[in-house]
Design a protein around this ligand. Sequence first.
Ligand SMILES: [Zn+2]
Length: 291
Amino acid sequence: MIPTTMILTPIIPGLCLVPAENDGRFPFAHSFLIEGTTRALIDTGCGESVIDALRRERKIDLVIASHSHPDHTALNWKFEGTPIYAPQYAADTFGNFESLGERFAGCELAGEWRAYVRAAMNFRTALATQTFADGHIFDFGKIKLTAIHTPGHTVDHMCLFEPPHGALLSFDLDLSSFGPWYGHAESDIAAFENSIRKVMSLDPRVIVSSHKGIITDDIPTRLQRYLDVIAARDQILLDCLPRVQTLDDLIDLSPFYRGYPYAPTIMRYWEAQMIRKHLDRLGVDLPQRSQ
Ligand SMILES: [Zn+2]
């Protein structure tokens, strides 16, 4: 259903979830709104109908991006003239429709990636006007958010933490049942594990992720379960090895995704990246399929 007025979900005073189209499932992601001394929108991938309704009702003073992924930044272009804060760790390609294709899908599939994100998310180039790094404090008066660099998913993934309420915006450290996603060349399993442990050490009382929304119960257990998916994937691959001769055979099994519901060529590329990273850390070397 397309909203005509904004329905916001309060998280803590001054901070609301902006529910995304499709209940926040990819290619959409929930956004966040801060009503403080200034009004900030965090991420813009919640869908065009939601963003347009928001813009009709409220003037946004600044936009903050959690990381470079298009399902979080697609509609930054609608805020032309508004400061856009991006993590400094990949600022050279942030918001750039051309260079993100190579970064996220490799040279061969860059064109296909661009066609997909334009059609699915209406992503257009919108460059950052400011950058922020680990430890940066966004000060909105009553509410202050501390930026925490949590790489692994992408090199520039950030969480935002509000210590007084123990509220963590965890974005794509998303606590989904699928588990951690690290399908790019730049993604890094060990860094992702460290990022999950960093989040655990904050002992958050509420976590809000971009695709699962507000979570308040069993947080330590959920984080541990999310971390455990990575080791479980090692085992999934080890169990597959007797059945395959080549790396391509293993990728053909789609052991993590179990099939590709959209953009199959690109999803296969991402899954192959994830498989290669696991094999690297397992010390398993499989030959390529001969042509
Ligand atoms: Zn992401």
